[in-house]
Write a protein that binds this ligand. Sequence first.
Ligand code: NAP
Length: 297
Amino acid sequence: MEINGKTRTCGLIGYPVEHTLSPVIHNTLAGVMGHDLVYVPFGVEPGALQDAVRGAYALQVLGLNVTVPYKSEVIGCLQDMDALARRIGAVNTLVRTEGGFKGYNTDMEGLYRAMISERIKIAGEQIILLGAGGAARAVAHLCALKGAGKIYLLNRTLDKAEQVAEEVDHAAGRKLICPMRLAEYHEIPEGKYLAIQGTSVGLAPHDDEVILSDKAFYEKIHTGFDLIYNPWETRFMRLVKASGGKAYNGLKMLLYQGIIAYELWNDVSVPEETAQIIYRKLMTHFVQGQRDAEERS
Ligand code: NAP
């Protein structure tokens, strides 16, 4: 693309940001949609977040994505916040408005669109949610909002699981979540569950690690969704498949959270065929990155 005086800038703030795939999503989208827009990752060192957000606003930046470790801290730098982001307590997208940025959370809606595209249902489902960090908390809110039956929330640290359960049950106005220690997984009643893996266990380069390895646990799972997309197939996914379930990774979640952010920044709706073009491009990029890494090692 040719950058000129009218080119709008969007970007990502986080630390570190070197390995992000978001520029592939947004720069390809801008090309396909015909927008004069460029997307750049900005590494923001600890302690510099406030200055970075204020500076971005002064530089007429149209919008920003926010990643680890700033999804909560950035709330203190905002002019306004969307109700859903407020409910989740985390922001991953900033949209330029009069006088400052408004914060949104597109991770949750991104996961929902990814699930719709894979024909995975939440309403009425019995769900096992692994993890109680930032991402898992958003997933718990999503499941509550979309009418999940019951959620067994397993986490290494019980306190955090209890905190998420209290917060989500309160927001949902019903007792929905059963918080448990990870080691208590065998107490989950017999049945078939949708399991969502929301911990960071199994993330590259720790490909061989898995949150639970007991085969009996995997026999309860009809569908497993891992929020991790690197590696492409996690050990959690392999164990779900080995027990006869279907398994999906988190790349489509990444895709759709980006698409929703792009829609907010540009006030457009991205057609599904365009989403599929971007997904193929993401996969090609991802596979090429894996090959380059293998060649280097
Ligand atoms: P986080 O806030 O740091 O939470 C990490 C979670 O993993 C906590 O529940 C933590 O348990 C658990 N955990 C970490 N190490 C563990 C271990 N050794 N044994 C047992 N549990 C362990 O991270 P996050 O932001 O929620 O992200 C979680 C995962 O989701 C990451 O892999 C991230 O890449 C992925 N994610 C994907 C997308 C996407 O678009 N696909 C978006 C967001 C996040 P404790 O509470 O006990 O510490």
